[in-house]
Design a protein around this ligand. Structure first.
Ligand code: ZN
Length: 129
């Protein structure tokens, strides 16, 4: 009994070791093992196809029920959010418009270079504004 164990266990460990070395060394073997993984996933999907369909059907049903039961509250929330967003967009648009029109600079009447709007003489050509 013990003698048999002393033979079988080292042989088993040896086989596992050789298999691991082969897995590391051979891309082809690794590919085959990975391909087996994909096959097993495919079998699993096929086996549980009905369950998956039932599950997604239940999820859709629950979502629909929640939406039906809370339609008024959800509509109210959506409207309020839209209102808040529109206020934000309006103030952003106003800020952009002000940024575009409000300016501290003017153009020189004589040479056209940009000068401060309160300067009396052009910095570039020196002529009076
Ligand atoms: Zn000028």
């Amino acid at each position: 009994m013990f003698n048999a164990m002393f033979v079988i266990v080292p042989i088993f460990i040896g086989i596992v070791f050789i298999f691991m070395i082969a897995m590391i060394a051979s891309p082809k073997l690794r590919g085959k093992m990975m391909s087996n993984q994909f096959k097993s996933i495919r079998y699993m999907m096929e086996e549980s196809q009905d369950d998956l369909a039932k599950l997604s059907g239940t999820a859709v049903g629950i979502k629909k029920q929640i939406l039906d039961e809370n339609e008024d509250a959800l509509t109210d929330i959506a409207n309020k959010e839209a209102k808040i967003k529109s206020v934000g967009i309006k103030s952003a648009a106003k800020a952009i418009k002000e940024g575009l029109t409000e300016t501290d600079s003017i153009y020189c009447k004589h040479c056209g270079s940009v000068i401060d709007n309160d300067s009396k003489f052009c910095k570039r050509c020196g002529k009076e504004q």
